[in-house]
Design a protein around this ligand. Structure first.
Ligand code: PHE
Length: 398
């Protein structure tokens, strides 16, 4: 370190404080020692005081660690033989009577400055040990605020619509057993309906009983059973989550995607309740002018089953965009949004002991693919963009 420049800084600082000191005559590289005084004139006192403070400022500026600080403090402030004590002895006690007052003022000033410098060194040591010293003139660190992923945002919107109807949220595991994903949903072993699910199975499960074997859940429907095992009727729940199927990724398929399941069970729940609830939900999601349309379908766990279509919210149901055909609805004016139906009594049989006697309760269920809805909603033309994590794509939704 260049002590010379530090001395210059120390001298300048002292001037800034309104006390002018002469440039020191001791070489700054030598450790400071307290000189004996013979000349007690004002000029001489100014000079020795200036030298002393400049030396103290240099040493103070070199303090980095707690050990530095301790030896610096001891050297200057120790009662026994510290520099201030020596100055007291040599300059004040040794002063002739007529110079005592003047010397006293100088020594007091000096004590105040040395104490200040020790305090400064203390702060500096703390700062440098905290890793860095703070330059308050530097610009602050900008932490960009994240935003919800478009799929998650869509999910929250859909869940929100049902929460307003009094539904609560349930969740379940992504790695599921054959029992919950299939058997308890009325897919018996070897039933062909299992083939429609393109299931990804966990390896090395052959030694287990079939119902115990693990797989990646192909839909959120297993959480219907899991929830009915825990909660007695009446229930109204929505179940958001990820599901997996053995589909190679392309513009409209992904081996991982998102579903929201719905389940309402009570006494006297009818297909009319299902239609009214879903019609309301579609209007809340896509606008009040949207029309709904149910077509018969099949799911092992609902009877009767249906697919729900809404009027295409891209072309408004006309099948055309100006002179061009509307692609999202394949010119039909309708878009399929979910599968639904009345809970099959065979499903209730699996949770009968928890109050779900199929003779007493009825219910409806539905399940929709969130990703496809997000795709249509935001006019994105490739599903893969959602899962590549490219910030340039994602920040458009922030
Ligand atoms: N689980 C079905 C699927 O993934 C959707 C569905 C849910 C159908 C609930 C009816 C009732 O295709």
């Amino acid at each position: 370190m260049n002590s010379r420049s530090l001395v210059a800084i120390a001298t300048r600082n002292d001037k800034a404080l309104g006390v002018a000191y002469a440039v020191p005559t001791q070489t700054p590289d030598m450790a400071y020692t307290v000189p004996k005084l013979t000349d007690y004139s004002s000029a001489a006192l100014d000079r020795v005081a200036g030298e002393c403070i400049a030396a103290c400022a240099v040493e103070s500026g070199e303090v980095r660690t707690d050990t530095d600080l301790k030896s610096f403090r001891d050297r200057w402030l120790a009662r026994k033989n510290g520099i201030l004590t020596q100055i007291n002895d040599l300059w004040l006690k040794g002063a002739p009577k007529e110079a005592k007052r003047e010397a006293g003022i100088r020594v007091n000033e000096l004590k105040a400055r040395v104490t200040e410098l020790v305090e400064k060194a203390h702060v500096a040591a703390e700062d440098s040990q905290a890793g860095e010293s703070v330059d308050v003139s530097l610009p602050g660190i900008r932490r960009p605020i994240g935003a919800e992923h478009p799929v998650i945002k869509t999910m929250h919107e859909i869940v929100g619509v049902f929460q307003k109807l009094g539904y609560s949220v349930a969740e379940g595991p992504v790695v599921e057993t054959d029992y919950y994903n299939f058997e308890a949903l009325n897919f018996p072993p070897n039933h062909p309906a299992r083939d429609t699910q393109d299931t990804l199975f966990i390896a090395a499960q052959q030694s287990k009983q079939q119902r115990e074997r693990l797989l990646l859940r192909t839909h959120t429907s297993p959480v219907q059973i899991r929830t009915m095992e825990k909660m007695r009727p009446p229930i109204r729940i929505v179940i958001p989550g990820t599901v997996h199927r053995n589909d190679p990724p392309d513009a409209s398929h992904s081996p991982m995607f998102h579903q929201i399941e719905g389940l309402a069970v009570d006494t006297n729940i009818t297909f009319g309740d299902l239609k009214g609830t879903l019609d309301h939900a579609m209007k809340a999601l896509f606008g009040s002018s949207v029309k709904t349309h149910f077509r018969p379908s099949f799911f092992p766990f609902t009877e009767p089953s249906a697919e729900l279509y809404v009027t295409c919210f891209i072309c408004g149901g006309s099948g055309k965009r100006g002179a061009d055909p509307c692609r999202p609805c394949k010119q039909t004016g309708w878009i399929e949004v979910l599968g639904c139906g009345m809970v099959d009594p065979n499903v209730f049989e699996f949770v009968k002991d928890n109050g779900y006697d199929p003779k007493r309760v009825s219910g409806f269920a539905f399940g929709m693919g969130v990703d496809r809805l997000a795709l249509l909603k935001y006019g994105v033309d490739d599903l893969q963009y959602f899962f590549q994590g490219d910030v340039r794509f994602l920040e458009q939704f922030a």
